[in-house]
Design a protein around this ligand. Structure first.
Ligand SMILES: Nc1ncnc2c1ncn2[C@@H]1O[C@H](COP(=O)(O)OS(=O)(=O)O)[C@@H](OP(=O)(O)O)[C@H]1O
Ligand SMILES: Nc1ncnc2c1ncn2[C@@H]1O[C@H](COP(=O)(O)OP(=O)(O)O)[C@@H](O)[C@H]1O
Length: 282
């Protein structure tokens, strides 16, 4: 049984003064009104609340953010196509959640050919960490392609989008303080490295299932290699589509001779790494 024994963080909502004792003082913003230009339809723009702090200036009209400066400008620059989006901070953050869970959030990214044992290792690891009272969540390629990524094929650009979305979701799990286990072929180095770059150094732990295709093909639990060899599946990884092995992974798990270590032994190897790097403590 896991006992949670933590001091809750003091609560403050955004940067507005709450008016009651809620922990350390927060900056009280200067609040005023600001008239925005006429909207397209010729109606007068509504007077809008302007929240101005030393760090940022945000104006809204009809619920939409109109202007930002200061530290949040960085978020404006990195948010892709939408524009005018401001990062919203909470008073309960990753550090508090990690304290609650007594672990550190990270991604264990398991890459390798179909049949190399990614899902099996993911399950063994999840089980072993659960036994130690550690919270994990598995994002498995097959499973995610049933929902979030059901619109994607196995063309290179769709595989890239598959990995990008999984990387972003995994990053949210890490922010939640969870050990996120990702088991996906992720055949392109560039796509894996892009996910690595989403996280602080060390938090992306790449585990390579270094299993030769002959072994994977002999296993063929879903009969997909057989279909690929028969030309009934086109663009199958390792047959007529590329797999780029990692160059600098944190862990590689090759077979010893003709046999692989058991899934439990592999899970223990990963757990030793997590232990050594301090991920199993807050
Ligand atoms: N063309 C092709 N190539 C590779 N794999 C194929 C293909 N078509 C279907 N499958 C099945 O899809 C699973 C791989 O999905 P992933 O999301 O992990 O792939 S990828 O990372 O986007 O390359 C993979 O699951 P695993 O066997 O668990 O790896 C296969 O079962
Ligand atoms: N360490 C292992 N030793 C022997 N067989 C394994 C091992 N790991 C997985 N397998 C077997 O290999 C097959 C493919 O494993 P799976 O985890 O589904 O691979 P992947 O997710 O990479 O496609 C399954 O039949 C599984 O039981």
């Amino acid at each position: 049984m896991v006992t949670l024994n933590t001091v809750p963080p003091s609560i403050s909502c955004c940067s507005f003064s709450s008016g009651f004792d809620a922990g350390p003082p927060v900056p009280v913003p200067k609040v005023g009104f600001f008239k925005l230009p006429r909207s397209n339809g010729g109606n007068h723009a509504k007077l809008s609340l302007v929240q101005a702090t030393e760090e940022s200036t945000v104006a809204t009209t009809n619920g939409r953010v109109a202007a930002v400066s200061g530290e949040n400008a960085h978020q404006m620059a990195t948010n892709g196509k939408a524009g005018n989006i401001v990062w919203h901070k909470s008073s309960v953050d990753k550090v508090h959640r990690q304290e609650l869970l007594q672990q550190k959030g990270c991604i264990i990214w398991i890459t390798g050919l179909s049949g190399s044992g990614k899902s099996t290792l993911a399950c063994a690891l999840c089980h072993a960490l659960y036994s130690k009272g550690k919270l994990t969540y598995i994002l498995d390629g097959d499973n995610v392609r049933h929902g979030l990524n059901r619109d994607l094929t196995f063309k290179a650009e769709d595989r890239a989008e598959n990995i990008r979305r999984i990387g972003e979701v995994a990053k949210l799990f890490v922010d939640a303080g969870i050990i996120c286990i990702v088991s996906v072929i992720s055949p392109y180095r560039r796509d894996r490295d892009a996910c690595r770059a989403l996280l602080p150094d060390g938090d992306f732990i790449e585990v390579f299932m270094d299993v030769p295709i002959e072994i994977c093909e002999a296993r063929d639990p879903k009969g997909l290699y057989k279909l690929a060899r028969a030309g009934k599946i086109k663009g199958f990884t390792g047959i007529d589509d590329p797999y780029e092995p990692p160059l600098n992974c944190e862990l590689a798990l090759p077979p010893k001779g003709n046999s692989c270590a058991s899934p439990c032994e592999m899970a223990e190897t990963v757990i030793s790494y997590l232990e050594e790097k301090g991920y199993l403590h807050a």
